[in-house]
Design a binder for this molecule. Structure first.
Ligand code: ZN
Length: 143
């Protein structure tokens, strides 16, 4: 199996502070927040079993989350699957004709290597592939 776990659900929100309070009230525990300038977002991570909930607030109306919220409103933005080797997974998908947004991985929240599959490949769901470095997913291992 290549996609070996549901890594996280990415949820676009309008206001990170309010959404953190809402998800905390549900009973999730905030792991931390981080700004990811390449994606023009502020991110909050809530571990949930082996998966996580990733809340994304846009820091720029022209960023991907800003555009998504303007067009479709807040809600589920992407589904992320964990992979052990993102480069070989992307090569395999590309060679089997799966439409990709990213042919090469980029760096996402927590320093993970990430890449997006085009939503046309899955009938409308944006899929993220996510390879974490050694150590616990979502945690930096370098001091
Ligand atoms: Zn994500």
């Amino acid at each position: 199996m290549v996609l070996n776990r549901l890594d996280h659900l990415g949820i676009a929100v309008k206001n990170l502070t309010e959404s953190i309070a809402a998800y905390t009230a549900l009973g999730l525990e905030l792991e931390g927040t981080e700004e990811v300038p390449e994606q023009k977002v502020s991110v909050a991570m809530f571990p949930c079993g082996e998966s996580r909930i990733e809340l994304l607030e846009s820091t720029d109306p022209d960023g991907p989350i800003g555009k998504f919220v303007a067009k479709r409103g807040p809600g589920i933005h992407h589904v992320a699957f964990g992979v052990d080797d993102i480069e070989s997974t992307l090569e395999r998908l590309a060679s089997s004709g799966v439409r990709l947004i990213d042919k090469k991985p980029r760096i996402g929240a927590g320093g993970a290597k990430i890449a997006f599959v085009h939503p046309a490949a899955t009938g409308g769901i944006l899929v993220e592939l996510c390879e974490h470095g050694a150590g616990v997913p979502g945690h930096e291992t370098e001091e």
